[in-house]
Each structure stands twice: as structure tokens, then as C-alpha cells.
Design a protein around this ligand. Structure first.
Ligand code: G3I
Length: 320
């Protein structure tokens, strides 16, 4: 089949990678199909700033080196996330002022280190609560105030005038309050010249939902602001209810249909809002979903033997 990046001419096709997998068929397919990578875990605070003793950019450097060697763009993910905050930060032993200074130094140090190499960052990931859209009461909010996101975006811009600053979250097409809070924040930032360049929809969806109209209307709310839109972590569960009895060839075809639909939707957004469509892994066995939900699933575009699936065909059909 044709390589995805050969057909996706108006946006990058990305994939979540791990340093432990960058060899053999995985490497061959990655470099053939994709033109952008996202670190599945190596560029999170828990890895890059493991203790108050200092930074550890070993793994991030390894991925940046790999990307440069293989002509791949890198999307940075993710500087601030309540689920990847190191314990020493959660239990910070200093004053709020010292905490803020530490976060500022972390952001400016990290963004400066990869200036010109990492050209876009999920600076803050998943800051709003499910169902209410209120700001999560993370340690960053507690110690830096409700405007911690604004502060982090300004520090990022201060470190690199060209880097694209994204806000990233999940369930953005189905949780109206979360999307609403995100759009309100984006419009407020735009109005006050607080730096922000794009919004990421993680797109951890299923073969049977959300439907096209739901995804399209949520995407339009972002593109209407003029910001870029990133479908940042796409995987499509074939077995959301673990009802293996229904898991038929038809389900596999459905994945082809759903991949085609998602790509069609992304391909149809205004050109100025296009950035990238990123899938969250290569082979089905690589997916985080199996551990997370505790049962089998087949959400990605490649079989475990590295053979291509109908989902890949659907992706290409979505670009026609
Ligand atoms: O393999 C390493 C091991 O070498 C290392 O010593 C150990 C130390 O922590 O970590 C092991 O890596 C694990 C890594 O996945 C690779 O398997 C980490 O423990 C584990 O925390 C990490 O989980 C990742 C998770 O984010 C937390 O960072 C998942 O791979 C990744 O799929 C998941 O992705 C998140 C997005 O960032 C945000 N949106 C939700 C999505 C799913 O949770």
C-alpha cells in the first residue's frame, strides 16, 4: 500500500513511539509511513525531571537524535500533565514562590534545549475535569494559581519565539463542558495576546463512536477560533465492550470505515488549521489500551506481525 505521508500532503502524519522499539520492521515502517513522531512517555516531566537533584534528558535526547537522523519532525509531549508529575513535585517541599520558580526553570530549560528541534509542544495536557470543565486541582493550580496555564505558555514563548504551543486533552468531541472550557480559554488567550497556537484532540475513540457529526462539530469549534487542530493520539477500539462474540470480520471493516471517516474529517478542516494527525502506536500489541482496559483490542493500523490492516486502507481512502 502507498505510504501515508506520500498521500497526506497538507498535514503531517505522526506516530507515538518509544525508544525501546526503534529497530527492525518497526523502524522500517515508521520511516516509510510517517513524517512526525511523539514520545509516548520519554518527554514527560516524570522522566525529564525525575528528582530535585536535576534534569535527565537522556531519553528525550535519544529520541531527538533519532528523529533528526531519520528526517522526522518531533511533537513535544508533554511538559505539564497531572498524570506524569514526579513525586518530588507533587510533594514539593518549598514555598509556592519556589515551586513557581522551579516550574519556570523546567519549562525554559527544556524548551530552550530543544529549540529549533522540537517545533511544537503539548505544554499542558488534560487540565480540565471530565464532565464539568472546571480546572483540575493539580499541584500546579494549587501552588501557582488558576493562571498557571497562562504562565507556562508565556515561559514557553519566552524560551522559543517560534515553537508552536498546544493545549491537549481527551474526550474533546464528546465532553461539551471540557471543550467549552478549552475554547473559552483559547479565545481569552487570543484576546489578551497570551501565546497559544493550537489545540489537540487526543481522539481515543471506538469503531462505533463518536459519530461523524459529533467529531466535525467539535473540530469546527476549534478551527473557528483560527487555531491549529491536532488529532494527537488517534486509536480506534474494535472491542470497546469486550463482547468478543460480535468481534467479526465486519468489525475489522468498520475500523476501515472509521479510520477513513476520521481522516476525511481532518483532511477537510481549513488549511490554516492543519497541523498533524497522530496515531498512538504502530501495532495492535503496542497499544496502551490493552493494559488500561484489561482486555484485548485491535485499535491500530498494523498487525502484530507488522502486516498492514484494513485500517491502513481506510486511512488512505480518507485522503482521496
Ligand atoms: O519501559 C519503561 C522502563 O524502561 C522504565 O524504566 C519505566 C520507568 O518508569 O517505565 C517504563 O515505561 C512505561 C512506558 O509507558 C512504556 O511502556 C512507563 O512506566 C509508563 O508510565 C508509560 O505509560 C505511558 C503513559 O502515557 C504515561 O506516560 C503510556 O505508554 C502512554 O501510552 C500514555 O499515553 C497517554 C498520553 O501521554 C496522554 N493521553 C493519554 C495517553 C494514554 O494514557
Amino acid at each position: 500500500e502507498t505510504a501515508l505521508k506520500e498521500v497526506a500532503t497538507t498535514f503531517s502524519v505522526g506516530m507515538a513511539v518509544q525508544t525501546s522499539r526503534l529497530t527492525g520492521d518497526y523502524l522500517t515502517i515508521l520511516t516509510k509511513e510517517f513524517d512526525q513522531i511523539t514520545a509516548e512517555w520519554e518527554m514527560k516531566m516524570s522522566v525529564m525531571y525525575p528528582s530535585s537533584a536535576g534534569y535527565d534528558f537522556t531519553r528525550a535526547d535519544e529520541l531527538v537524535e533519532f528523529a533528526e537522523t531519520n528526517g522526522l519532525e518531533i511533537h513535544g509531549h508533554s511538559l505539564i500533565w497531572h498524570n506524569s508529575t514526579p513525586a518530588w513535585v507533587e510533594d514539593f517541599a518549598g514555598t509556592d514562590a519556589e515551586f513557581e520558580a522551579m516550574v519556570k526553570d523546567y519549562i525554559i530549560t527544556t524548551v530552550t534545549r530543544y529549540k529549533g528541534k522540537i517545533k511544537s509542544w503539548d505544554v499542558v495536557n488534560e487540565a480540565f475535569e471530565d464532565g464539568s470543565g472546571s480546572l483540575r486541582n493539580s499541584v500546579f493550580r494549587q501552588k501557582m494559581g488558576d493562571d498557571y496555564i497562562e504562565k507556562c505558555y508565556k515561559w514557553t514563548r519566552e524560551a522559543d519565539p517560534d515553537v508552536l504551543i498546544f493545549y491537549n486533552d481527551y474526550n474533546m468531541t464528546t465532553d461539551a463542558s471540557k471543550l467549552g472550557s478549552t475554547i473559552d480559554m483559547a479565545e481569552d488567550f487570543i484576546a489578551r495576546d497570551v501565546p497559544i497556537d493550537g489545540i489537540g484532540f487526543q481522539m481515543h475513540i471506538s469503531y462505533n463512536g463518536p459519530d461523524r457529526a459529533t467529531i466535525e462539530s467539535a473540530a469546527k469549534k476549534v478551527t473557528d477560533t483560527g487555531l491549529m487542530l491536532h488529532f494527537s493520539e488517534l486509536d480506534i477500539r474494535a472491542n470497546p465492550n469486550n463482547d468478543m462474540s460480535e468481534l467479526t470480520v465486519q468489525r475489522a471493516v468498520d475500523l476501515q470505515e472509521k479510520y477513513k471517516e476520521v481522516v476525511e474529517i481532518y483532511n477537510a478542516i481549513p488549511e490554516e488549521s492543519k497541523f498533524a494527525l497522530t496515531v498512538w502506536g504502530l501495532r495492535d500489541q503496542d497499544t496502551w489500551l490493552i493494559d488500561f482496559w484489561g482486555h484485548q483490542d485491535w485499535p491500530l493500523m498494523y498487525n502484530n506481525d507488522f502486516s498492514v490492516k484494513k485500517a491502513h486502507t481506510g486511512f488512505l481512502e480518507g485522503l482521496e
